[in-house]
Ligand binder design. Structure first.
Ligand code: ADP
Length: 565
């Protein structure tokens, strides 16, 4: 029939119908037509070189927009490469949907082209998965994966599209009927909130605290809780500590910021209100000796299991924005504010000021050949010089990320993307692309090590192809952690003349990788060269790689995680 179309068209139509506007992926058998049709229905398809990067992009897109990020892959190998992104979404609790084509259902178990039981393969890395076994199931499957990805604790979901289903056909009127049925059956989740009695208890504990602290993380950023957080901090005068990706929810330059007095703040606080951040390794499991053994935690998290796992003094299950709104309302009836002269606030702010001035003294030096601090200071100042809207900063690498976290200043929410909960290296270019398409008004600046950059360097071509305003600054110290740090006893055996496992080709011309595709490349070795490259590239807003030569022996092996290596 003339008005009939196939499963590829119906899938593309369904994603557009249920509100998808962007898709990341790598095309090939059997999903090329799905991508082409998606574009036809108004979805921007960003075609990558590798599903791993496309998957990282989809996960970050979900975090930045609050809508599921979509990854499209081919069957078996594409799906397996995509698991990197899917697992990244799960571990960071970001909404994402991976859609993979799969082999013909009738040939299952007979060694079909790119055959894999993909539903089984994605199980450990997803919170929900579904296969469309017939073309008629496509619209309902699409609605279900999208809804599951954002419901409760956000995470990764998977949608399997067998080749035979993609080749089945359906008429326009049949498809419309399916959309109507699915719309009718959809149940939208209410924003979760705890009972008022729990809010009263929480406020009473905070009121009685002598040394309270508020800690917030990327769950609060995802919830867009910044307005309520700022209100809470201003009203109560309680010092705050953001996790790395919580930075910017309240301006890092705020007088109550405790980041520069982190050890004192977490070591001495008696009550900690933790919003959208897990008490995992990043927060020392909430245990002594880093925390006081008697500290009372009040945890705010959308996930009840998370709260049960941590056994806090008090747990408030709900959306961070909603819970803070309730807390602020409860405080308003009987306001309290510690005030600047409160001994705890004074102690935290004095320690923070002392540490900042020590750090500034180090940063003020122009060290050449570059250490990590000198170029980071120059980059910080150039970024701050841009004002608002602040760029999205993408950061990865051991020393580069560690130093960047303490030196770079976040003034606006969701403007920092880094290696996250798993400490994943290789996220850089994918995150840059996601940030650029999710925030078209913001510049994207990646500050990454040469090792981190190498994982996805070919995606610089993607930046050029889609004309994305991304400046990638590569801290090039010639390897993973930099120079060869082996002791003479370690350099023995038949392959002793091979380069160290940590070494790359010294002086690699990473900027020429960008030039190869028509983007702009800079090689810089001095403060003036770096300043000029930043100034030019920040105003050009075009795909750029700035290759910064760093002393191979600056920094430390494993960054600040040496005890684990
Ligand atoms: P960070 O790395 O910044 O410390 P984590 O990823 O460890 O943050 O923790 C984020 C937490 O936020 C997760 O436990 C997740 O369940 C929670 N979360 C996600 N969405 C929301 C939301 N809307 N409101 C409250 N908590 C949320």
């Amino acid at each position: 029939m003339s008005d009939s179309f196939d499963g590829n068209v119906l899938a593309a139509k369904s994603f557009a119908h249920f509100g998808v506007t962007h898709m990341f992926g790598v095309v090939g058998i059997p999903v090329t037509s799905l991508a082409t049709r998606a574009v036809q229905f108004g979805i921007r398809f960003i075609a990558f070189h590798n599903e791993q990067s496309a998957g990282y992009a989809a996960s970050a897109y979900g975090y930045l927009t609050g809508r599921p990020g979509l990854l499209l892959t081919v069957s078996a190998p594409g799906c397996v490469h995509g698991l990197a992104g899917l697992s990244n979404a799960m571990i960071n609790t970001w909404p994402m949907v991976m859609i993979s084509g799969s082999s013909d259902q009738k040939d299952a178990g007979r060694g079909d082209f790119q055959e894999l039981d993909q539903i089984e393969a994605v199980k450990p890395f997803s919170k929900f998965s579904v296969k469309a076994k017939d073309i008629k199931e496509i619209p309902s499957c699409v609605a279900r994966v999208l809804d599951h990805a954002i419901s409760g604790r956000p995470g990764g979901c998977y949608f399997d599209l067998p080749t035979d289903v993609l080749h089945q056909t359906i008429t326009e009127s049949e498809a419309e009927k399916l959309f109507t049925e699915v719309e009718k059956g959809r149940i939208f989740e209410q924003t979760k909130a705890p009972p008022n009695s729990e809010i009263e208890k929480a406020v009473s504990v905070l009121r009685k605290a002598e040394r309270p602290l508020i800690v917030f993380g990327k769950g609060a950023a995802y919830a867009r809780a910044e307005g309520e957080l700022r209100k809470f901090v201003e009203r109560t005068g309680i010092p705050f500590l953001p996790t790395p990706m919580g930075k910017g929810l309240v301006n890092d330059n705020h007088g109550l910021a405790a980041s520069a007095a982190r050890s004192l703040a977490i070591g001495k606080c008696d009550v900690a209100l933790v919003v959208g951040a897990r008490l995992n390794w990043l927060l020392h499991f909430g245990e002594s000796p880093k925390w006081d053994k008697d500290v009372k935690f009040i945890l705010v998290d959308v996930c009840e299991e998370e709260i049960k796992l941590r056994k806090p003094h008090l747990g408030l299950v709900g959306d961070a924005k909603k819970v803070l709104e309730m807390i602020n309302k409860e405080i308003k009836d009987d306001p309290f504010c510690l005030g600047k002269s409160h001994p705890w606030v004074e102690a935290v702010s004095k320690k923070a000021k002392d540490n900042v001035s020590k750090m500034e003294a180090q940063l003020a030096k122009d060290v050449v050949p570059f250490n990590f601090l000198t170029p980071m200071r120059i980059i910080r100042d150039a970024i701050l010089g841009l004002g608002s809207p602040a760029p999205v900063v993408v950061s990865e690498g051991a020393n580069t990320m560690d130093v960047g976290r303490s030196v770079l200043v976040q003034t606006e929410p969701r403007t920092r993307l880094d290696a996250g909960t798993w400490g994943t290296m290789g996220v850089g270019l994918g995150y840059c692309i996601a940030a650029a398409v999710a925030n078209p008004d913001r510049l994207v600046v990646a500050v990454e090590g040469d090792s981190g950059f190498g994982f996805s360097a070919m995606e610089v071509e993607t930046l050029v192809r889609y004309k994305l305003p991304v400046v990638v600054i590569v801290f090039n110290n010639g390897g993973v952690y930099g120079g060869d740090r082996r002791s003479p006893e370690e350099v023995t055996g038949p392959f002793k003349d091979d380069p160290a496992p940590t070494s790359f080709v010294p002086g690699a011309a990473y900027h020429t990788v960008m030039e190869a595709f028509g983007g702009k490349g800079y090689l810089v070795e001095t403060p003036d060269e770096l300043k000029s490259a930043l100034s030019e590239s920040f105003s050009a807003k075009k795909p750029t790689v700035i290759n910064v030569t760093i002393d191979p022996f600056a920094g430390a092996e494993s960054g600040r995680m040496q005890h684990k290596n």
